[in-house]
Structure formats: C-alpha cells, structure tokens
Design a protein around this ligand. Structure first.
Ligand code: ADP
Ligand code: MG
Length: 599
C-alpha cells in the first residue's frame, strides 16, 4: 500500500487551531486586547458591530510593528514574547504561544494597520482565511489597529452556533472587564454599533471596579493585602452584605491574568463561612502576584487555568488573608437568621472544605408539559384529592368554589391556623392539611406571570414619580432585551440614555421601594437563573418575579388574605408542586396521628 500520511497545509492547521482558541467573538476580543496590553498601550479602543459578527476592531497606541513583523505576526508559532523553552517559565506577558493572530486570520477577513514610533510610514495588510490579499505602506498613527471582519465566514457551523447578539455582546463586555480590571492605568473605550457604551479612564483599581460595576461598589468593598515569600495577595473583597445569589463579580488574577480556579474559590467561601447565607456568593477581585517559575499557565487553550506548584499552601494563605480582611473591618452577621428560617448555616469548621451550594431545582421540569408526570389527569385527581379531603361547609360540596374569595371575613371562609407565619394548616376529612405559604404564593405568581407574558395582559399602574436606575453596561445590554416582556407583565419602562432605565409604571401590587430595589435584584436573580439553571426567558422572568414578590416567612396574613391565597392556589394549573419542584401541600392523616398517639 502506498504512503497515505500528509502534512496538512498551514491554512487547514490554522483553522484547526482556531477551533481551540477562537470559539466566539469574545475569544477574539480577548486575544486582541491582550496583544494591545502586551504592546504597552496606554489607550485601547474596542469597536464592535453586530456583537462581533460583522466587525471586531482594536486600536491601540502601543509600540506597533515593523513591516516584516506585521507580516510575520500571522504565522503560526510566531511570537516576540518567548524565545526558548526556559522562557515558558518566566512569562511576564499575556501572550506567548504565537497562535492567536494565525488562528484568527484563518477564520476571518483581517486588516492590520501598524506603525512604530521610529518609522515614518506604517504598514497595511489584508489577509483572508489565512491567505495574503495585499500589503502596502500607508500613513498611520503610532500603534496598531486590527479589524476582524465577518468572523467564521468560512466556518458556517461555528457561525450558526453563535448565540443571540445580546448574549455574544455580553461575553465581549465580560472579556473587556477581565482584561481592563488588572490594568486600571490603561484607558479603554468600547463602541457598540457606532455608539460609545463604556469609557474607562486611567485611575486606581477601586475606581476601575466602580466604573465597571457601578457606584454602589464604593461602599461595598474592603481591601485584602497579604505578602508572603511565595505569593502576594491584593485587591478587594465584598462586604458580607454585598453578597449575591449568582457567581458574577468573582475575579481571580494571577500576575494580572484572569483565571478560574474552583479550589481557590472555596478558600474564599470558607473565609466567609458564618457571615453569609449558604446560598449566597461573595464578591471578590483578588490579585495574586507570584514568581512565574512556580506556576504553569500553559495548560489551557485560552490560558484561563493555571497550575500552581503548591496549591494547598496558596489556599491557606488566601483563606487567612480574606478572613483577616473580614475581621479587620469587623463584619458581623448582618442577616437576621431567626427571621430567615430557610437559611441553613453550617458551623464554621476550620480546615474543612465546604461543598458548593447545591441547587434543588429541576430545570427541565415544565409545569405545562402535559406529557410530564404531572399530566392533566394527574392534576385533576390532585385537585379532587384535596377537595375530597376538605371538610368543607355543606354549600361548597358541589361545584361551587372550594373557598370563598371574600375580603371581609364572613362565615363561609375557612379559619386557618398559622404556624410561625410560614405554614398554614386546616382540618380536612382525612386529617390535617398543611400548606407552605411562600411556595404556594410563588406558584400563583409564577403561573399568573406566565399567563401575562403569553397574553401581554399584566395590569399596570403609573408611578407618581418615575424611577431612574443606572446599570452597569453588561447588565444594561441584557436588561434591554427583557424590556418588551417586562411590559407584558405590567412594567412601563424604557431606555433613558446610556446604561439608564426609566420606569413610569409597574404592576399595581408593587410598592415604589420594591420597584427600585427590585430592578437590581431582578437582574441578579435573572442572571443566576440564566447561567446556573439555564432557564428559558419566560420561565426565567416568571420565576424571578415570583421569587422576588412572594410572601416571605414572618409576614402576618389576615384570614381573608389567607383564604384568597388558598383559593388562588387551587385555581393554579399545578397546585401541589412548587416552582422548585417541592411539595406545596402536605397532609398528616388521622391514621398517622393515631399511630403517634398509640390509638
Ligand atoms: P502572542 O501574543 O502569543 O505572541 P499573537 O498571535 O497574539 O501571539 O501575536 C503574535 C505577535 O504579533 C506578538 O508576539 C507581537 O509581537 C505581535 N503583535 C500582535 N499584536 C500586536 C499589537 N497590537 N501591537 C504590537 N505587536 C503586536
Ligand atoms: Mg497574543
């Protein structure tokens, strides 16, 4: 048989490599921004069109490239940042593999314009799908501009795989946050579809955090500072009350490179133990400075993972640094644990690694799916089961409503027993029926909101004074996408200049205060559901709304309110299963009571 193995042409090899390095527009953004930082730029502009599908351009005022380098930079393994294998363990730059530009040029149309300070003319190069189209000398500013047009134009599978423009743009903003946080000395500007959406001025780290994440961070942060022989730790951690439900706003940087590290994340969580609820996440911006000899950053295609020589030691240094900072600023628990009965805080066991908070939700559970285990037949029989068990007044025995909806407390409403303002109980034929109040209300609000979303029928009330709220740019992008749906459930709101929302009206049952706090909280919970539970948009909105506005333990309800709640619960499509897939209603039967009392 003849020989069959062949070396792949460079263009194909580059395209294969690109699959690893460039998964989406945000990955290309990351590489270009990092190159600009490595080039010593003090001012970097990022220009995006159509979430990076049409254009990603980065303009920097860095050191630029010579004519030869401008051509060389698109070759695979072409880098100015390392020379030999030893250099791999002394990396001071973001890049070192020399494959980003080769990869990007394999899957896009690229235009490079670059000029060094000492040269009189610059160089302009066109390259498409790894093929040089043209090169000419041109007038140019000092520094480099790289435009990436029609990303994935020759890899349709990749192009089709991209998410909505909002999702892709959000990821781009996230990359900008990751690159710009460790470099507050560099000015960054972001343009989206010809509009300037973010400008970051040179300043301190704290100023950069505030510019990226909002003014409220001014009060929310405490510094961390720890220097040892092995590692120096600096940055900021959020005060306990700044904690969130989602894992956004958690940043580790090693030698100014953004990395993920679940192990070190637990060191931080561990330090917060006892200060925040088990389902909350601290906010942190932590920078490690470490001798590059003691780490390996060459273990992940996008270099977002790092291997430490002694991770356990770093774990304990980090934990005590965070603990010390929390102690120094004297944060005591701010949560009223008695009130929030649902919080379950484990006693702080030193040295013990805690497990990540588990999610009890079944994200694939769809209450409206008739083929699910809770089919319509089942629903009906559930309802009948409750009905039959209820020791209801005579007049209710036929087809009249189970409970009378009545605002005055008339005879005919069922007297309920309130347990710790958390459960409600009443006597039914078979024994005792107990309802989880909050779960019941969440179910009611969820189904109602889904219905409003379907029919655009949510009632709305105009506010006396419109409310403005300013969001950070990533949230703003995401929130804009939700405005049409929020209108359907009764919000009257619109964009109001850059990163600001104005609210004119809201569902009538919400107070002004609830609306104002509501938006921030809504975004946080919505993000959590989006990224951690992967919920669809309508389910997510309804769930977030229901969770936010449900009756919480501790609130007193009148008997009329309780009757209304129970009545509405039994009108729900799925009255017995909570939106977290738990029971809403439970029974203690007379048989069970007999057993308890030995009857
Ligand atoms: P790496 O960053 O790993 O070296 P890249 O493919 O990203 O690999 O870039 C290749 C080379 O091109 C870099 O090493 C650098 O010398 C040069 N280069 C890339 N972008 C710029 C820029 N914005 N300014 C100056 N030089 C650049
Ligand atoms: Mg690079």
């Amino acid at each position: 048989m003849s020989d069959i193995i062949k070396l792949l042409p460079d263009s194909v090899a580059n395209q294969i490599a690109a699959g690893e390095v460039v998964q989406r527009p945000a990955s290309a953004v990351k590489e270009l921004l990092e190159n600009a930082v490595d080039a010593g730029a003090t001012k970097i502009e990022l220009i995006i069109k159509d979430a990076g599908r049409t254009l990603i351009q980065v303009i920097d005022n860095g050191k630029g490239m010579s004519e030869t380098d401008a051509r060389m930079c698109f070759e695979r393994h072409a880098t100015s940042k390392i020379k030999n294998a030893d250099d791999l363990f002394n990396i001071q730059t973001k890049g070192f593999r020399g494959e980003a530009l080769a990869s990007i040029a394999a899957i896009a149309m690229v235009e490079l314009v670059t000029k060094q300070k000492e040269d009189t003319a610059g160089t302009k190069i066109h390259i498409e799908g790894s093929k040089f189209v043209s090169q000419e000398s041109c007038a140019a500013n000092n520094g480099t501009s790289i435009s990436i047009k029609n990303l994935f134009y020759n890899v349709p599978a990749r192009r089709n795989f991209l998410k909505s423009n909002n999702t892709e743009f959000r990821q781009i903003v996230e990359e900008l946050q990751r690159v710009s946080l460790p470099h507050p000395e560099i000015a960054f500007t972001l343009y989206n579809n010809d509009q300037e959406v973010l400008s970051l001025y040179p300043g301190t780290l704290k100023q950069r955090i505030v510019a990226l994440f909002g003014k409220s961070y001014n009060e929310k942060l405490a510094p961390v500072d720890e220097t040892t022989d092995i590692v120096s730790i600096s940055g900021f951690i959020g005060k306990p009350e700044a904690s969130k439900k989602s894992r956004s706003d958690q940043y580790f940087f090693i030698n100014n490179r953004y990395i993920r590290n679940p192990y070190l994340h637990y060191a931080v969580l561990n330090a917060y133990q006892g200060l925040i609820a088990a389902d909350m996440q601290p906010v942190y911006f932590i920078f490690f400075s470490i001798n590059p000899k003691n780490i390996d950053i060459n273990i992940h295609p996008t270099k977002t993972e790092v291997k430490f020589e002694d991770e356990r030691l770093i774990y304990s240094i980090l934990r005590s640094a965070v603990k010390r900072s929390l102690g120094k600023y004297n944060f005591t628990p701010t949560i009223d644990f008695d009130k929030e009965l649902s919080f379950d805080i484990a006693p702080a066991a030193s040295g013990k690694i805690i497990n990540p908070p588990g999610i009890t939700v079944n994200p694939s559970y769809n209450p409206f799916n008739s083929t699910s285990q809770y089919s319509n037949d089942k629903k009906k029989s559930d309802f009948e089961k409750h009905f039959n068990r209820i020791d209801a007044p005579e007049e209710n025995e036929s087809s009249t409503p189970l409970f009378k909806h009545d605002d005055e407390e008339k005879s005919g409403t069922i007297p309920f027993l309130h347990l710790q303002n958390k459960y409600i109980a009443c006597s039914v034929k078979s024994g005792l029926m107990i309802i989880d109040r909050q779960a019941a209300h969440e179910r009611i609000l969820f189904e109602r909101t889904i219905n409003y979303l379907k029919n655009a029928s949510g009632p709305s009330q105009q506010l006396l004074f419109p409310i403005h709220t300013e969001l950070n740019s990533a949230d703003f992008v995401m929130f804009k996408e939700l405005i049409p749906d929020l209108k359907k459930i009764g919000f009257d709101l619109s964009e109001f200049g850059r990163n600001t929302i104005i609210i004119h009206g809201a569902p009538p049952e919400l107070s002004d205060k609830e609306i104002k706090i509501g938006i921030d909280k809504f975004i946080e919970d919505y993000n959590h559901n989006l990224f951690d539970l992967k919920l669809q948009k309508h389910d997510n909105i309804a769930r977030t709304f229901a969770k936010q506005h449900s009756i919480k333990p501790g609130k007193e309800l009148s008997n009329a309110e309780t009757n209304k709640l129970v009545n509405e619960l039994f009108s729900c499509e799925q009255a017995s299963v909570s939106i977290d897939s738990n029971n809403i209603i439970s029974y203690i039967t007379v048989d069970e009571l007999n057993k308890i009392f030995n009857k």
